[in-house]
Write a protein that binds this ligand. Structure first.
Ligand code: GAL
Length: 373
């Protein structure tokens, strides 16, 4: 299957880890629909690690833990589908998952068949306990082949954390997204580190196989499995969401959206920012004026989006001459500018824009090319 836009959804790991069960999945499905997340584009509900028993059954099939999922996985998938959502599950290319449950190594075809029978639409496939003699590329290709032949469209989400130069081989495998970094945590340095890694590999992102910067921590505020201390500030969550969207990462929420307040919902459901993530052109971003934190990306409808990420601990300025963006004086064109976080219309600028950005803040400007005479 060819996936044209970065997948969006919710994944159980960041908040629940091994405390995941049928009731939580049902409640999350309800919340995704009732609180407007599905309407904003979040369509996959994904159960991460720790959903199965420690042993396969006599036929070699993986078995959902009956204490957590007493009605089996098909019933869960049916409920998720009944809400208009898609259903995702988790396994691993190795002998075990990262938490020690059965992995899919040499069970790829039987697992793909089982997942198809349950109604799975999305498979996150981790990289733990991979036999050292086996190449990651070969194992992802093997599962993709099994999925391509299981009779159901199941999106493959590779999770090899960027290891073994994943970017060099992932597009040979049939994965639709690939984890390009190690695990995210709900602290500022984690967001900064993932951004810095992305600076070296964003060229590999594109329709069909998206760089996955890991699940969002927006709204965790230090709670849950990957929550640390106080988590991020609201401003920092905005920057986190801006980076993921500007670079076109899958947007998989990881916080407990049952208790998201209006400020957090306003981030996760900001249609203008989500539209950057979901832009159909997927043109590569580029740095403006050689500044490593000032970026531009040209959109499918002819607009230009400018992003200024202030990852530093002091305020900073920016200065963007439009000639850097392809609009010389001879063009007779300027930019009509809107700030996507404040909603403020900055009017039409002829030759350049300047401004300031607070510490840890992001300014996102969507610019329409207009005649200026
Ligand atoms: C990690 C993975 C996390 C989560 C966890 C489950 O390897 O990066 O996103 O899936 O395993 O054990």
């Amino acid at each position: 299957m060819v996936v044209k836009r970065p997948p969006m959804g919710w994944n159980s790991w960041n908040t629940f880890a091994d405390k995941i069960d049928e009731n939580i999945v049902r409640t999350m499905a309800d919340v995704m629909v009732d609180e407007g997340y599905l309407a904003a584009g979040y369509e996959y509900l994904v159960i991460d690690d720790c959903w199965s028993l420690r042993e396969r059954d006599a036929q070699g099939r993986i078995v959902p833990n009956p204490e957590k999922f007493p009605n089996g996985m098909k019933a869960v998938a049916d409920y998720v589908h009944s809400k208009g959502l898609k259903f995702g599950i988790y396994s691993c290319v190795g002998n075990y998952t990262c938490a020690g449950f059965p992995g899919s190594f040499e069970y790829e075809f039987i697992d793909a068949q089982t997942f198809a029978e349950w109604g799975v639409d999305f498979l996150k496939l981790d990289y733990c306990y991979k036999p050292v003699s086996e190449q990651g590329a070969k194992l992802y290709r093997r599962m993709a082949l099994a999925l391509d032949n299981c009779g159901r469209d199941i999106l493959l989400s590779a999770c090899s954390w960027g290891a073994d130069e994943t970017h060099r081989w992932i597009k040979s495998t049939g994965s639709s997204m690939w984890r390009s970094t190690g695990d995210v945590f709900d602290k500022w340095s984690s967001i900064r580190d993932i951004y810095n890694i992305q600076k070296g590999i964003y060229e590999y992102n594109g329709a069909g196989c998206f760089n996955d910067m890991d699940m969002l921590v927006v709204g965790m505020y230090g709670k849950g499995h990957v929550g640390l201390e106080q988590g991020l500030t609201l401003e920092e969550y905005r920057t986190h969401f801006s980076i993921w969207s500007f670079f076109g990462s899958p947007l998989m929420m990881g916080s407990d959206i049952r208790s998201a307040d209006d400020d957090i919902k306003a981030i996760l459901q900001n249609r203008d920012v989500i539209a950057l993530d979901q832009d159909s052109a997927y043109r590569q971003p580029y740095n403006v004026n050689g500044d490593p934190d000032v970026w531009a990306r040209h959109m499918d409808n002819g607009d230009i989006v400018l992003a200024i990420f202030n990852m530093g601990d002091n305020g900073r300025g920016y200065f963007i001459p439009f000639s850097e963006l392809g609009l010389g004086r001879a063009s007779g064109r300027g930019l009509e500018i809107r700030n996507l976080w404040t909603g403020e219309n900055l009017g039409v600028k002829k030759e350049l824009i300047t401004g300031g950005v607070n510490a840890h803040e992001t300014v996102l400007l969507r610019c329409k090319v207009v005649e200026v005479g």
